[in-house]
Write a protein that binds this ligand. Sequence first.
Ligand code: G4P
Length: 532
Amino acid sequence: MSADVVHESNHRRTFAIISHPDAGKTTLTEKFLLYSGAVQEAGAVHAREGRRSSRSDWMEIEQQRGISISSTVLQFPYHGHTINLLDTPGHRDFSEDTYRVLAAVDAVVMVLDAAKGIESQTLKLFQVCRSRNLPVLTFLNKYDRPGREPLELLDEIESQINLRPTPVTWPVGSGDEFRGVVDRRTGQYTKFTRTARGASAALEEDIDLHEAAKEGGRAWQHAMDELGLLEAVGADVDLPSFLAGESTPVFIGSALTNFGVRKLLDAVVELAPAPAPRTTVGGTPQPLENAFSAFVFKVQANMDPSHRDRIAFARICSGTFERGMSVTNARTGRDMTTKYATTAFGADRETVDLAYPGDVVGLVNASGVLIGDTLYGAGYEGAAVEYPQLPRFAPEVFARARPMDNGKAKQFRKGLEQLDEEGVVQVLRDPDMGDTENVLAAVGQLQFEVFAHRLGSEFGAPTEIVSAPYQAIRLTDKQSSERLRQIGGIRILTRGDGALVALFENKYRLQRLMSDEPELTLEPILASGEAH
Ligand code: G4P
């Protein structure tokens, strides 16, 4: 049994793709599925998404804005391995969601548009990823179009996110002049052949580098010079520093025409790590072969309006998951059965009967389960296992939600509670006041839009969002809060997890207060760029 678990874990690769919107994440995902044989023809993912959007109201926002908010999990086989690809929202406003997904993966593929490099809006997202020290594979996409100098892109990766790039493939020419790539590991040259939108696998012809270089011309001269330079600085793939999240193997390609996709997917299997023992609250690594344990990184209600249910997505850390087994929630001590467990392929659900470390199971109607909860199966008696909580990010924008229809107070309250639990926004409450006196806190404005949209469409409580005049937030305690209440321009509220927070209308007042009354508890909340 435990030999099974170790064998299965060794053959799993669980990763996420992060990119700036439009850099090509969806296209690349689709091409991964094409190369794995999970779909017969590229376009299938888009088609599924179309269907999903038409089934689910709140996803209209995603369509209108061309962003993806709801993460999904795709599982497909490749080269004898099981690949779990977790989707991340591609917008900085959802950095906190991204961070939670990153807590559930073992590696990341970072996609950059070669014409744009690292865009300022996504820098934060990449830094969040960097702060977790996850192994990152980099894909410089859209090489079929004129792009920036690859050496310049490498510099940008190093200076902006502090990741040392180690190119695996290197381009010969670019844009209309793009000829192909040289694989620096093997010295083979792979010739680029344009395919019509890449509906099927690309024709990839491998030629000996020196033979190919005889073709000559400026593009070749340039590429050979750069290859010599890379050789001289020794920018070769270095497994230990890649696994430590300090260096990143770089691949060149064009997801649209499928070029370079196979090499990247092969690298996910060959270079990215298999699930490793996860550290528990006590600081001890949890052996993979122990009994079932998992942590919840995402909770989502109403993914499909025809079901109207609530799914908790859990990443398995040890043991075997068997559908129907009873699991215990470490936080509440409550047991629950897992009769309805699913994997989600896009939004299409499939029942999952068995799952192993690295896999994600969606537990349907897991009431009372919150983000960050640990679930474990029989076999832990007394010495229950618990994984660390996922950090909350420091909110940067604040607002108030007001129900537009007073007759819908009940629906409003229910929506507020549910969406707070999902982490769509943080709902801060004043225990002495009603629900309408809430303050919403978020990393970015788009979170408020999603929140209001979902309250209206899923809970039937049309809601107005008005901005609130706060500039800073700090964690405090009961004793300090009594003093803070006496000062104007400060509000003391309670967060969903029970923590007391102080909101300041003026950040200079906060600074003054910290220097004048250093005995007050005013702790900063983790800024999104420094999560660990
Ligand atoms: P995202 O998920 O990161 O937001 O990006 P997505 O894959 O949706 O790609 C964004 C746009 O970039 C799409 O064009 C897509 O076709 C294009 N694209 C992706 N990879 C490549 C590539 O390697 N080369 C080139 N030239 N284009 C690429 P669109 O016009 O927005 O959509 P569509 O009409 O082509 O579907």
